[in-house]
Design a protein. Structure first.
Length: 319
C-alpha cells in the first residue's frame, strides 16, 4: 500500500484496525483484526500497564497484526522501552505476521519528534514476521543493523529524515522473501542524509530477487533517484514503482524518458511532483499501458514575508 502523507491506516496486513481504547462492548476475535495499542493523553494508564492488560484480555497466540500508537501520556518518551516489551513477550505472539511501530499522526506528535530506536531486535525476535512498518526520523535515534530475515515480505520506513546508515543496512540485509520495499528519505533538516549510492545495491537487482514493488519516495534528491532508476536492473523485475512525495522535476522526468522502458509496470506513482504538464504528458505516453498516478503539480514554496526568499521544492513529509 502506498501512503501519500501521514495518517492512520484503516487496514493493516489485510485486516481492519481495531483500537480497544476507542470502542466499547465485547472484544473481536483475536485473529479478525489488527490490534492498535495506544495511550490517551488524558488518562492514567501508561503503556506498560496497557500492554499487560492486552496480554491478559486477548488471546495473543492468535493475534496476526499489531500497531503501536502513541505510547506516552503527556511528555514524549523514547520508544526503546516499548520495543523491549515486544521483544520480551515475542513468544506470546506465534501467529504475528504484521507489525507497525509508531502509528502516530501529526495531531499526536510530529514525525520528527518521535523518539525512535534501533528496531533490529524486534525483527530478530519475530522470525516469522511478514510485514514490518516503522515511522520516525533519524535524528531521534531510528536505526537498523544488517540482518537475515527469511520471512519478511514487506518492509516500509515512513520517515521525514531517513538516515543513510539505515538505508545501507537495508541494502546489506538478506531478505530472500521480500516483495515490497518503501523508503521515505525525507529532509536533511531531520536527519535524512541518504544518497543514491546508498541504494545502488538495491537498484542492482541482485539483492532482493522477489521484489515486485519499490518505493523510493519523499526525497529531496528525487531527480537523482530518477536518473539512477533510469538504468537500474531492478526495474525489470518490478510490477509497481513509486517515486512520489518528493521533489521530482522535469530533470527527473527527462531521465525517466531517456532511461529504460517502464511500460511493463502496472503503476508508476509520481504523486506530489514538480513536473510541467508537457513533460508529464510525455511520461504518460512513454509508459503506456502502465498507469501513471500523478495528479496536479505542487506549487513552489517561498516565504511570503521575505521578498528575497527563492521559491523551493519540498517533500510531502518532513517535520
Amino acid at each position: 500500500m502506498t501512503y501519500l502523507g501521514i495518517h492512520h491506516p484503516d487496514r493493516f496486513h489485510g485486516l481492519p484496525v481495531h483500537t480497544p481504547e476507542q470502542s466499547s462492548g465485547s472484544l473481536p476475535a483475536a485473529d479478525s483484526v489488527a490490534w492498535r495499542l495506544e495511550c490517551a493523553y488524558d488518562e492514567d494508564t501508561d503503556f506498560p500497564a496497557r500492554w499487560e492488560q492486552f496480554l491478559e484480555t486477548v488471546d495473543t497466540t492468535r493475534v496476526r497484526a499489531l500497531l503501536i500508537g502513541p505510547w506516552w501520556r503527556q511528555d514524549y518518551t523514547p520508544f526503546a522501552p516499548v520495543l523491549e516489551l515486544i521483544v520480551a513477550h515475542a513468544d506470546r505472539f506465534p501467529a504475528l505476521r504484521g507489525l507497525f511501530l509508531a502509528d502516530v499522526v501529526g495531531e499526536e506528535c510530529e514525525v520528527s519528534w518521535l523518539r525512535m530506536c534501533d528496531v533490529t531486535p524486534v525483527l530478530e525476535a519475530l522470525p516469522l514476521l511478514e510485514e514490518f512498518a516503522v515511522r520516525g526520523c533519524g535524528q531521534e535515534g531510528l536505526g537498523l543493523r544488517p540482518l537475515r530475515h527469511a520471512s519478511l515480505k514487506s518492509l516500509r520506513f515512513e520517515s521525514g529524515g531517513l538516515p543513510g546508515e539505515l538505508v545501507r543496512a537495508v541494502a546489506a540485509s538478506e531478505l530472500p522473501a521480500l516483495e515490497r520495499l518503501d523508503l521515505w528519505f525525507g529532509s536533511s533538516w531531520y536527519g535524512g542524509d541518504a544518497t543514491v549510492d546508498d541504494i545502488r545495491p538495491i537498484l542492482s537487482g541482485g539483492v532482493f530477487p522477489r521484489l515486485r514493488h519499490l518505493g523510493l519516495q519523499n526525497s529531496e534528491i528525487q531527480d537523482e533517484i530518477a536518473v539512477a532508476v533510469g538504468s537500474a536492473p531492478v526495474v525489470a523485475q518490478l510490477e509497481t514503482l513509486a517515486l512520489s512525495m518528493g521533489t521530482l522535476s522535469d530533470t527527473g522526468g527527462e531521465a525517466l524518458l531517456n532511461g529504460q522502458p517502464l511500460s511493463h509496470l502496472s503503476t508508476l506513482d509520481l504523486r506530489h511532483h514538480y513536473l510541467t504538464e508537457p513533460v508529464l504528458d510525455r511520461v504518460r505516453t512513454a509508459c503506456a499501458p502502465a498507469v501513471v498516478e500523478a495528479g496536479e503539480a505542487e506549487d513552489d514554496y517561498a516565504d511570503p514575508d521575505d521578498e528575497d526568499d527563492e521559491p523551493e521544492h519540498y517533500v510531502a513529509v518532513s517535520e
